[in-house]
Ligand binder design. Structure first.
Ligand code: URA
Length: 433
């Protein structure tokens, strides 16, 4: 089988057999098929579409591209959470330690920044010394000792997603339901979990910009999980504005730690509590949603969740002092506030554009292997629905690269739409499947 024949078949709208999908995934993972051929096939798939059978074959191959973990020596339920990606979405940094503090084990495999969205691994690596590339043995030990471990895809676990994720990021082949489903479900199912909570984002900062598409993606992933006899819940949540107050790697880690320190005001904390509570239900350590939410709040307010985070940072080589003083994390040296040029109500925020601004200013990768400036960050002062007067702050930017300041500041200002009349603010949690 020649890769070019499979690219041609997909280009012309054909349906690949399971054997053909397996040939591509195995060939690419082992290095026999080069990036350029796989990229061509990905683009053909995105443009021509994929059948349910092709998607199922892709999930299956990507899942079995590495080992599928089991945890016979961990007697408590193993549950994870995964988001389809957003701007300002640092929930994993709160949800994983809070769930662990409430009695479930969280063997979390996350990703790096993808297109305009931030990545959990990059936010964790903003903590000096933190290692997300643990060996399998280290991963198991950290999980057993801390109740959670936070790593990326490895050569051993989900290696196909490790390569495909990076390739999709730089070939504009991210926002396609079958690829997102296969990427997420292959690594989550490889973790050896009993249950999973999916946070499926919808809106102008998400890969699925419309609720219908988000719902279809949620159904696809829930279907795959349930077929594998996992307990899966999906929440469809809003991404028409950044989640929380901060966007950027180090500043989001600070916001997550502040939440773990007990600041439970606002939509970010609300979503963290909801997702963690759902994990407790999926793991069957709680059966009542309100009691689960209360248990999560207690785990944070008592310091138990922060203590888990401190332990995992320490065990993964990071500086645990960030838990006491998160301001030791990098922050850009230059600070500039963009203000409203007219009075009115915030009716739209170009959320994906904010993610791209952080990326372009050095906070993300433009090419594979680029170094990240963890100190680049945005503080959002004016969320959707806010009433502003002329001169009120919309957003403050922290950065180091002065050479692009004028352009970036103009882009930031253009990302806010202010109108005379208010517009309805979309609800944070739209639907639960
Ligand atoms: N998260 C993933 O892990 N993969 C995707 O494709 C999108 C979000």
């Amino acid at each position: 089988m020649r890769p070019q024949d499979l690219i041609e078949k997909k280009r012309d709208g054909g349906e690949l057999t399971a054997g053909e999908v397996a040939h591509l995934v195995r060939g690419y993972t082992s290095g026999q098929i080069p990036d350029y051929q796989m990229a061509a096939w990905l683009m053909a798939g995105l443009l021509r579409g994929m059948s349910d059978a092709e998607t199922a074959a892709l999930v299956e191959e990507m899942l079995h591209s590495g080992i599928v973990l089991e945890h016979p020596d961990i007697p408590i339920p193993k549950v994870d959470k995964h988001s389809t990606g957003g701007v300002g979405d640092k929930t994993s940094l709160v949800v994983a330690p809070a769930a662990a503090a409430c009695g479930v084990a969280v063997p979390m495999i996350s990703g790096r920044a993808l297109a305009h969205t931030g990545g959990t691994l990059d936010k964790l690596e903003a903590i000096p010394g933190f290692r997300t590339g643990l060996s399998l043995d280290e991963f198991r030990k950290v999980l057993a000792e801390c109740g959670l471990a936070l790593i990326g895809q490895t050569e051993e676990i989900a290696p196909a997603d490790r390569k495909l994720y990076a390739l999709r990021d730089v070939t504009a082949t991210v926002p396609f339901r079958p690829f997102i489903c296969a990427s997420i479900m292959s690594k989550k199912l490889a973790e050896g979990i009993d249950g999973l909570v999916l946070d499926v984002k919808t809106g102008n900062g998400a890969f699925m910009r419309h609720d219908d598409d988000a719902r279809a993606l949620a159904r696809m992933m829930v279907g795959v999980g349930r077929q594998m006899e996992k307990r899966v819940t999906a929440l469809i949540t809003d991404m028409n504005q950044p989640l929380g107050r901060w966007v950027g790697n180090a500043v989001e880690t600070v916001e997550a730690i502040t939440t773990l320190q007990g600041d439970l005001k606002g939509p970010f904390a609300e979503l963290c509590i909801e997702l963690t509570a759902r994990m407790l239900l999926v793991g069957a350590v709680e059966s009542d949603l309100e009691e689960a939410r209360e248990r999560v709040r207690r785990s944070i307010l008592s310091g138990a969740a922060l203590d888990r985070f401190r332990r995992v940072i320490e065990r993964q080589g990071g500086d645990p002092q960030v838990c006491d003083d998160p301001r030791i994390l990098a922050r850009g040296e230059i600070q500039r506030t963009i203000c409203a040029g007219r009075a009115g109500h915030i009716v739209n925020i170009e959320t994906a554009e904010l993610g791209r601004i952080v990326m372009d200013w050095g906070g993300g990768r433009l090419q594979l292997g680029d170094r990240i400036d963890y100190g680049v960050g945005l503080e959002i002062h004016a969320p959707l629905g806010e009433k502003v007067a002329v001169g009120d702050p919309l957003v403050t930017a922290w950065y180091n690269d002065q050479s692009r300041a004028d352009l970036m500041e103009a882009r930031l200002k253009a990302a806010w739409e202010i109108a005379e009349c208010p517009a309805p603010v979309p609800p944070l949690i739209r639907e639960v499947l």
